[in-house]
Design a protein around this ligand. Structure first.
Ligand code: GAP
Length: 518
């Protein structure tokens, strides 16, 4: 299973490059690690993902407004938010391989191995006992499962405590006790664990030293917090209300593997929802459900998404949950929903000396609002879409024989190109001029492509590979009766429709309206 999964992951990465979705940054200089560029189809897909999020958040909510804050912020912002002191990852080096790891990730990987052992034991028993198998009873009584579960629980609790306490010595002890070896060298020759701050910094041109030290924002959220009163006053919003933002964030990640899952420069789509103190848990539950619905509307099957409560809370949160997706390398965080209390606004109030309070007209009192945040990485969402859309299928070719096709079954509303227009033959002017005429009209409505190169079957396959939901073919009948064929990417069905109906039919299927209603 694991091998199959990593195989799928390799295919996703190769497909992204081959079809112009994603390239490694600065490839001609042998790449810049964990930084990526989006190609012609990638940028279209990414823009569509952002648009789907923006419309669902801002356009569909009267009480959510948008913002585009600068990447650079006053350095005190990051002192107030806690990022200067606490935005650290525990780092450990292996002395033999000279490789650097996150200590908590090494322990988590050890825990995953135990979990897999348990699952294997349960699956084996399930096979042995067939229909009579009672999984819960087995998990509660089988010696081996119980021993492993105890090991797992103990590691989880110790890790959570060590992370909350910032206890680096305990993390090192765990790595030694659990006999965790370097995946590269196989040795257990480890350095001590030390804290590593993840913020990138740079220097203002006209101020030397610490005073002029600027950070590249590690999250977009702080741009929202410092503008909270500006936005509230200028839009005259009443609590509860939200501010949404899409923008770049930067983190000097120690472990930068897994393609666009963990990048050093990435994009976030964040929304801070300001509520009266005491109402935060109600809204936390609301946003948990709302965000899960947003994912499922894209057709992601239930079993590919799950909630995962945080074992160790970030320094600002009193409740936090991840929406995890079953990536080709397992279930991992796709989005976070955090109840951030009044931490950020109170901190900014203290460090800036400016009031960050809201006057509640009903209660006739002022207070610092509480915040519920939804935060999703745009790039992780991109990877989610690509990893479930990329499929290989056996389909009949033009002669009715079995052939394999690679198809990207992206939701039509997110597809980079909505429809391709093709003349049946390239060398017949009457066909190419008609197809060009149709294309030149449709391009006003949505992103289209005109394609006349190669045999029609190959052109269909090319469009399948970039996820184009519809192909319009102009043939000799078109010249007689003003109809074309429309081919559906997923069902492969071809229908004859009048030219003047193309726009309406395609628009209905690729519009975001239905997606937003869902
Ligand atoms: N403002 C809250 C915040 O930033 P986070 O859990 O650290 O919370 C939110 O990040 C989301 O940003 C994650 O769920 C993930 O989708 C995305 N993200 C975080 N670090 C990332 C990275 N290095 N590369 C790509 N996406 C990342």
């Amino acid at each position: 299973m694991a091998a199959q999964q990593s195989d799928q992951f390799k295919k996703v990465i190769a497909h992204c490059k081959e079809y112009g979705f994603i390239y490694q940054s600065s490839e001609i200089y042998d790449n810049l690690s964990a930084v990526y560029d989006y190609g012609p189809y990638g940028v279209e897909l990414k823009n569509n993902i952002k648009q789907y999020w923006w419309k669902a958040m801002v356009q569909m909510h009267d009480n959510i407004v948008g913002l585009d804050a600068a990447i650079f912020m006053h350095p005190k912002t990051w002192k107030a938010s806690g990022h200067v002191d606490a935005f650290n990852d525990p780092l450990i080096d292996n002395k033999d391989s000279q490789k650097r790891y996150r200590a908590d990730v090494l322990i988590e990987e050890y825990m995953e191995k135990i979990e897999k052992k348990i699952d294997k034991e349960v699956a084996k028993a399930g096979k042995r006992f067939g229909d009579a198998f009672d999984e819960q009873q087995f998990r509660e009584t089988n010696d081996r499962v119980l021993r492993n579960q105890q090991k797992f629980d103990e590691a989880r609790d110790r890790l959570a405590k060590a992370m909350t306490d910032g206890d680096m010595e305990e993390l090192k002890n765990m790595i030694l006790e659990y006999e965790i070896a370097c995946p590269e060298s196989g040795s257990r020759n480890w350095t001590d664990v030390r804290q590593f701050n993840l913020m990138f910094s740079t220097q203002l041109g006209n101020i030397a030293g610490e005073e002029g030290k600027l950070y590249l924002r590690p999250e977009t959220a702080q741009g929202i917090f410092v503008n909270f009163l500006n936005v509230q006053k200028t839009t005259r919003q009443k609590l509860p209300f939200g501010i949404a933002q899409i923008g770049k964030a930067f983190r000097n990640e120690i472990v930068a593997r897994q393609f666009i899952f963990r990048m050093r420069e990435f994009e976030q789509m964040e929304m801070q929802f300001f509520v009266a103190p005491g109402e935060e848990m109600k809204w936390y539950e609301y946003w948990k459900e709302a965000r899960m619905k947003w994912h499922k509307a894209l057709g992601t099957p239930d079993e590919k998404l799950r909630f995962h409560d945080h074992d160790n809370l970030a320094h600002y949160a009193n409740a936090a949950v991840d929406i995890q997706f079953d990536f080709p390398f397992g279930f991992k965080e796709l989005e976070g929903i955090h109840s951030r209390t009044d931490f950020d606004l109170s901190q900014h109030q203290e460090l800036s000396g400016k009031k960050m309070q809201y006057f509640d007209p009903e209660k006739q009192e002022s207070y610092v609002p509480y915040v519920v945040e939804t935060s999703i990485g745009c790039d992780r969402m991109f990877l989610t879409v690509m990893s479930q859309a990329l499929q290989e299928e056996t389909v009949p070719d033009a002669k009715g024989k079995d052939s394999t096709r690679t198809v990207l079954k992206i939701h039509p509303a997110l597809a980079p190109i909505k429809c391709a227009v093709m003349p049946l033959l390239k060398n017949r002017e009457e066909l190419t001029s008609k197809a060009t005429e149709i294309f030149n009209d449709l391009r006003f409505a949505f992103s289209c492509q005109y394609d006349e190169k190669d045999a029609i079957g190959r052109r269909y396959r090319r469009q399948d590979a970039i996820g184009t939901p519809y192909c319009i073919t102009v043939d000799f009948d078109t010249l007689e009766d003003n109809t074309v064929t429309i081919r559906d990417r997923d069902t492969l069905e071809q229908e004859r429709i009048p030219i003047d109906q193309i726009e309406k039919i395609v628009r209905e299927k690729v519009s975001m309206k239905q997606l937003l209603k869902d």
